[in-house]
Design a protein around this ligand. Structure first.
Ligand code: PMP
Length: 438
């Protein structure tokens, strides 16, 4: 039986001076307690109580090369030796921008920021400035960061649910403290619904600056776009002078070197990337059409940030992307093969134990849910999953040495190997016995 005493004690101590006891609200939801890490290497992480876990949380996505990757660490150390950040320009920025335009099919020009949230803010601003329109279409179940103008209530978050319960706004804000009119420019639509998209864009296109979409609904069930849906979005946005923004903060450098837009062969006007791009160091980017990005060149659209393009983050991104680009996509084949094996293994175990569940997997990202359904292809069905059972499951998996995100989204890194996948399936077999006994 594992114990979490040190983590529990540290969380109590942290709460004294650290608001919420964690640095990002979502992390407080981990059961039985937010864990405190001591060290990590490759696919494994060890907590302060000495428990080691196979890690599928992977810091919520960025650790595509796993923990403490030697080559990445070496590049970061080298960068640090010459100074972490200058506020002056340096070669790393040029090299990274060149590299991004080489590997991302839609990238003619890029801007660097520190987080996905900031990059989304820039993409929206560019869209409004470029089209001279203000409304933004976004979709139920997608997440685009926590800035006021885009953060809407997310059913899986208790905090946001509380906020929306108390308000009668048409679009529920994501949190207390968001100004009442911050979402006035948002048009919220169901995703994967071609008719809703087409009728809204055709009737309101004159006031719509941008459509922003996750290319795969990773934040709600890892649901793939219907055949032709993203192509229709591309066609309509082009026709109606609306900027198409693909939010690839999760899928960028994860679904392929060219992200989801490379994998699906769709060319949005702008993509937003983050997470995996830096291998664990804070960096994000907006990349896309030079005509739109020109607004930054001309100084018409402000793009600011003290630590943008700092030496450590650019070195980390160059090293991560270069590693992923080696051997003609071998890293992606490795992750995809292992995750497909894992997803198939989980489906077999669900069936063996007669537990109703669905596993949605595409390449190195996967969502597992307990639900009485054959498949989960829309947000409405996704919302019928048994989230409480999943939380219980994640807690039992922790006992077995497997670290999972409490909401069902799994990531894999290039450092994971078959042995870890097999150990995970053996652990799950035992956990499913306990789940069915309850
Ligand atoms: N967009 C998407 C699709 C995301 O999943 C996230 C974070 N999970 C963000 C934007 C925000 O990124 P960050 O947390 O780096 O601000």
């Amino acid at each position: 039986m594992r114990t979490y005493e040190q983590s529990i004690a540290k969380h109590q101590a942290a709460k004294q001076h650290l608001a919420g006891g964690v640095a990002s609200s979502l992390r407080a939801s981990m059961k039985p307690t937010p864990l405190y890490a001591k060290s990590a290497k490759a696919a494994c992480i060890t907590d302060v109580d000495g428990n080691t876990y196979i890690d599928y949380l992977l810091a919520y996505g960025p650790l595509i090369l796993g923990h403490a990757h030697d080559g990445l660490n070496e590049s970061i150390h080298q960068a640090l030796l010459n100074g972490a950040t200058y506020g002056l320009q340096h070669d790393g920025e040029i090299k990274l921008a060149d590299l991004l335009t080489e590997v991302l099919p839609c990238a003619e020009k890029v801007s660097l920021s520190g987080s996905g949230t900031e990059a989304v803010m820039l993409a929206l601003r560019l869209s409004r400035a470029y089209t001279n329109k203000t409304k933004v279409v976004r979709f139920h179940g997608h997440y685009h960061g926590w800035s006021d103008s885009i953060f809407t209530s997310f059913p899986s978050s208790d905090m946001s649910q509380k906020a929306s319960d108390d308000r009668a706004a048409a679009i529920p804000p994501g949190t207390f403290g968001q100004s009442e009119n911050s979402l006035d420019d948002i048009i919220l639509l169901p995703w994967n619904d071609p008719e809703a998209l087409e009728s809204t864009l055709r009737t309101r296109g004159h006031e719509i600056a941008a459509v922003i979409t996750e290319p795969v609904m990773c934040n709600s069930g890892c649901i793939q776009p219907k055949a032709g849906y993203l192509a229709l979005m591309r066609k309509l946005t082009q026709e109606l002078n609306i900027v198409m923004i693909m939010d690839e903060v999760i899928t960028g450098f994860r679904l392929s070197l060219g992200g989801a837009h490379g994998r699906f062969d769709i060319r949005p006007d702008l993509v937003v990337i983050g997470k995996a791009m830096g291998g664990g160091i804070a960096i994000s980017a907006v990349a896309g059409n030079a005509e739109i990005m020109k607004l930054v060149d001309e100084g018409k659209v402000s793009h600011l940030g003290t630590l943008n393009g700092n030496c450590v983050s650019t070195a980390a991104a160059i090293a991560t992307i270069s590693h992923l680009a080696q051997d003609n996509g071998a890293a992606y084949k490795h992750m995809e093969t292992l995750f497909t094996e894992l997803a198939d293994g989980i489906r077999a175990l669900l069936s063996k134990h007669s537990i109703p569940g669905v596993v949605n997997q595409i390449g190195p990202v996967m969502h597992m849910m307990f639900i009485d359904a054959i498949e989960v292809n829309d947000f409405e069905t996704f919302n019928k999953r048994d989230a409480a059972q999943y939380t219980r499951f994640a807690e039992l998996m922790l006992e077995e040495g497997v670290l999972l995100r409490p909401n069902g989204l799994w990531y894999i890194s290039t450092a994971h190997q078959s042995a870890e996948i097999e150990a995970t399936l053996r652990a799950m077999d035992r956990v499913f016995v306990q789940l069915t006994l309850q």
